[in-house]
Design a protein around this ligand. Sequence first.
Ligand SMILES: [Mn+2]
Length: 195
Amino acid sequence: MERTAIVNRSTKETVISIELNLDGSGRAAVNTGIGFFDHMLESFARHGFFDLQVTVNGDLDVDTHHTVEDTGIVLGKAISQALGDKRSIRRYGSVMLPMDEALVLCALDLSGRPYLVYDASLAVERIGAFETQMVKEFFYAVTVSAGMNLHIKQIHGDNAHHIVEAMFKAFAKSLDQAVSLDGRIKDVLSTKGAL
Ligand SMILES: [Mn+2]
């Protein structure tokens, strides 16, 4: 069974198309119109071994808000759709990811219950054209639309590029673990019988 999804979303603010393969090789083709955001989504694909195509046409003449938030909504939906009934997945994933002076903890549970805990302080307003306030908004959007519980905590870090990149890589590696299959899990990993 292929764990893939294609999700399209179109509003007056953004037009977004995402193709995701959870069992890919890390290939990415990303064009959001925001260079740093492209770099983050490419890192996410590479380090999670996901194949990811993202095309976004957003209202960047306003700011980066709608483009980043809506991409999060569509990515979350693609993750949920590709996972299907979540049969045999490990469900949990976590990692402590260093990038030079930055250290980020990420832990997630594909529980079906959206909850984000985000604890980081980024000293700059922007990285390139990307507004650093949007990091939390992005992860919140993914969390809600994928139905996951996500914790992201900055342990150390000074450089905003390093901190945010460590977050995206940590998220990728945690998600890669959580979606991986365990042959011992015959149905879904829950005493309730559903995730
Ligand atoms: Mn970088």
